[in-house]
Ligand binder design. Structure first.
Ligand code: AR6
Length: 194
């Protein structure tokens, strides 16, 4: 009889743990496919969504996301500071909102604190909009050159700490692009305790 490995593979690319009233979930996949209330974009300070995950979000969600981002940037005097976020609609994505988080570029200094702040600002923005679920990519680990293992430690610990507080969030997803990113996040994730 033929063995069906698809179930096994499926199990390996999703993991879930409860922290207080909420779940944190690791998923290997494409964040533009996530049906959470919001997805987080790994943005630059000018919110020009050209490449990486930002480019994918605008290509799929439509130019309304770039247009709304431009309004934010204008209101903020030309730039969103590192560690801060802006929110736009999700256009034609399944997610209702996109939270644009500006992560640090590797080498600019104080990167861990800045990545922690970008994560925290995203979670707070989701709560300000009474959202129940949010999906993060591994912010700064692409074009901005931040190491994946360090990102996993900073982002996961920030989320777990946040979920101990007063929040309406019920689900926080980390959507990792590719098996290597998933495996690296899994190492930190399995060590986490409530
Ligand atoms: N779904 C989930 N994760 C993705 C996807 C996707 N569809 N596509 C890429 N990733 P990056 P950064 C992963 O470069 O390092 C942009 O041009 C990717 O493999 O998108 O913060 C912005 O406009 C990596 O692990 O963001 C900025 O200028 C992670 O997402 C700059 O890049 C982040 O990669 C930001 O650089």
């Amino acid at each position: 009889m033929k063995k069906d490995f698809s179930v096994l593979l499926n199990k390996e690319s999703r993991m879930k743990k409860r922290f207080g009233k909420a779940y944190v979930e690791l998923i290997e996949g494409d964040i533009t496919e996530m049906g959470t209330d919001a997805i987080v974009n790994a943005a630059n300070a000018r919110l020009k969504h050209g490449g990486g995950v930002a480019g994918a979000i605008v290509r799929k969600g439509g130019k309304i996301i770039q247009e709304e981002s431009d309004v934010w940037v204008k209101a903020w005097g030309g730039e969103v500071s590192v560690g801060s976020v802006a929110i736009t609609s999700g256009g034609s994505l399944s997610a209702r909102y996109v939270i644009h988080a500006v992560g640090p570029r590797m080498g600019e200094g104080d990167e861990d604190a800045k990545l922690g702040k970008a994560t925290l600002s995203s979670l707070r923005m989701a709560d300000q909009h009474n959202l129940k679920s949010i999906a993060f990519p591994a912010i700064s680990t692409g074009i901005f050159g931040y190491p994946m293992d360090r990102c996993a430690k900073v982002m996961l610990s920030t989320v777990v700490e946040y979920l101990k507080g007063d929040t309406g969030l019920e689900k926080v997803v980390f959507c990792l692009f590719g098996g290597d990113a998933f495996k690296i996040f899994k190492v930190t994730f399995t060590k986490l305790t409530d």
